[in-house]
Design a binder for this molecule. Structure first.
Ligand code: MHF
Ligand SMILES: O=c1ccn([C@H]2C[C@H](O)[C@@H](COP(=O)(O)O)O2)c(=O)[nH]1
Length: 283
């Protein structure tokens, strides 16, 4: 939690104002942030200086793991976070590749599970990594990347957290995740949960111990209409200790994640937080 607050404070102290054409808003911006999470110690990086809707963040992760491309499927899992990008973005609504209401296009999970190869083959990046790690193998290329410039025109948004690189040292699993663009008040609250949970889940289904997760962010920003709430409300609060994440131990395979797992299989223990803050969301 301290590293999150330190990043927010750094943006306020050192940030540069950058105009963003896509949203029409200005963002207070810094370049480069390195966060890390101790998954071995189960220090779940939930924001405590406001109420965090962590279940929605895990629902997003589950949707990516399942290769979903439709905001309705994400809603069925328990999150509305893709509704606006799928349905309220003028450029995407006018895009001939959009397949009707709620379609997000070939984003995140589609690239992770069904990357289109040059000869028509479908490449399942996640399954390759799970199969290798389950056999104790790390070929130094255990990478799942959603970043496919050849198909940017087929999706509603370019992936923000775009690459997850797993590593093995003995029977301990590590994760390094890369993010090109980060909405620190809203997105990072979710992305921290996702990096942590992705490592915890992969270790569990591959029969490994979780180690540390490293989260590398390039452009970290606060939108102009979020700034006062962050500076004058959230940053004035004292953080509480980290809670713990409990994952149903019956989750034992990728197939389990694809078929029966729901948000009821995740619990948070010891979460103490300050009241909710509603930050404006930019589409
Ligand atoms: N501008 C922007 N910021 C983002 O963080 C973001 C995007 N766009 N587009 C794609 C996804 C969608 N994400 C989202 C979307 C909405 C919330 C949000 O509204 N969160 C609220 C309430 C969540 C709830 O009630 O479930 C929050 O207070 O955290 C968070 C992340 C993250 N990504
Ligand atoms: O997982 C996510 C997804 C999105 N974001 C934020 C980062 C930016 O504020 C917007 C995306 O806009 P771009 O113009 O494509 O950079 O969404 C996030 O923080 N986390």
């Amino acid at each position: 939690m301290k590293q999150y607050l330190a990043l927010c404070q750094r943006i306020i102290d050192e940030g540069h104002w950058v105009a963003n054409e896509r949203t029409g808003k200005r963002c207070l911006t810094v370049i480069n942030a390195d966060l890390s999470y101790d998954v071995a110690a189960n220090a779940f990086p939930l924001i405590t200086t406001r109420k965090s809707y962590w279940k929605a963040a895990i629902a997003e992760l589950l949707g990516y793991i399942r290769g979903y491309r439709n905001a309705a499927d994400f809603r069925a899992l328990g999150t509305k976070t893709w509704d606006a990008n799928a349905n309220d973005n003028a450029a995407w609504l006018a895009n001939p590749h959009r397949q009707g209401p709620d379609d997000m296009g070939r984003v995140y999970g589609v690239q992770g599970r069904a990357w289109a190869g040059p000869d028509g083959q479908v490449i399942d990046q996640l399954k390759k990594v799970v199969d290798d790690l389950s056999q104790g193998k790390d070929d130094r290329g255990e990478i799942i990347t959603f970043y496919n410039p050849g198909e940017f025109d087929r999706g509603c948004l370019r992936p923000c957290m775009h690459t997850h690189n797993f590593s093995l040292l003995g029977d301990t699993l590590y994760l390094t995740s890369y993010q090109r663009s980060c909405d620190v008040p809203l997105g990072l609250n979710f992305n921290q949960v996702q990096v942590f949970t992705f490592l915890a889940l992969m270790a569990q289904i591959c029969g490994l111990k979780p180690g540390k997760a490293y989260h590398k962010i390039v452009n970290a920003h606060i939108y102009e209409d979020q700034l006062a709430l962050m500076r004058d409300v959230q940053l004035k609060r004292e953080p509480f200790p980290s809670p713990r994440l409990l994952i149903n131990p019956k989750i034992q395979s990728l197939q389990d994640l694809e078929t029966w797992v729901t948000l009821d299989d995740f619990k948070v223990e010891g979460y103490q937080c300050h009241p909710a803050i509603q930050y404006p969301f930019s589409v």
